[in-house]
Write a new protein. Structure first.
Length: 255
């Protein structure tokens, strides 16, 4: 900054008008699962339910929810969606160790912008919807990503310089601050089963609304179609469709 912009106009020999301010912070990232072990404040608030009490199940509101996917074919985006999906959502943000998510997708409900491609996509070489009518994600662990405790200083040395553009760890490696979790960010880790193949997967989501009776979340999951034998591993033999697929969702639920 310029000191003259703040009315600091006195002159000193050899002192430039430009002044650099460095802010040094120390922080520890503490997930919801590990905060108790590290001596931080407990996840459960004083007003939360007794931990022994069962968590009420959420019911997905189909007309307010959507499940979409995006891929690349010959450098152009291809998009589609699944129109039918349901599942079990047992979730309480104050009782994450007891929370669990299962989402079941009707693979035959797939729709794509280029409808002429549907028979191929539903066929045995791709989703094989007749033999595998359902794709499922089941969580075995849910953690809070956005619980950053700046009062504990052990593992992460944060150095904020000028435009707040970088974080410097003790190993002098830079991390973009934009990659830090947003408030109300969670990660559900578990297994994703598509076309009969079960693979570990993690879904990141953000709670956009949360009340005793209504909740909404948005999130995404990145997969490689070849990991589930969807299409040929060769991009050329897979009609030019790249291996990476991005899955985006919006879930609204009530209880």
């Amino acid at each position: 900054m310029k000191r003259s912009d703040f009315g600091i106009n006195f002159g000193l020999p050899g002192i430039s008008n430009l002044v650099k301010i460095e802010i040094n912070l120390e922080a520890t990232y503490i997930s919801g699962e590990s905060s108790k072990a590290q001596g931080a404040a407990p996840i459960l608030s004083q007003n939360s339910k007794n931990s022994a009490e069962a968590i009420a199940e959420w019911k997905i509101i189909s007309e307010k929810s959507k499940l979409e996917f995006k891929g690349i074919r010959e450098k152009s985006a291809i998009t589609g969606s699944f129109k039918k999906f349901d599942g079990q959502i047992i979730f309480d943000k104050n009782q994450l160790p007891k929370s669990k998510i299962q989402i079941d997708v009707d693979t035959s409900s797939i729709e794509v912008f280029y409808s002429e491609a549907l028979p191929t996509i539903r066929g045995s070489s791709w989703l094989s919807v007749t033999s595998f009518p359902k794709a499922t994600f089941v969580s075995d662990r849910i953690i809070l990503l956005s619980d950053v405790n700046l009062s504990s200083a052990n593992n992460l040395n944060v150095k904020v310089i000028n435009d707040l553009s970088s974080v410097q760890t003790g190993k002098n490696s830079d991390v973009n601050l934009k990659n830090l979790p947003k408030p109300n960010s969670y990660r559900a880790s578990g297994n994703l089963t598509i076309k009969g193949k079960k693979i570990p997967a993690s879904i990141d989501f953000i709670l956009t609304d949360y009340s005793p009776t209504q909740a909404s979340a948005t999130g995404k999951l990145n997969i490689k179609r070849s990991s589930f034998n969807i299409g040929d591993r060769s991009v050329q033999r897979a009609n030019g469709v790249e291996d990476d697929i991005e899955i985006n969702f919006t879930i609204s639920a009530e209880r």
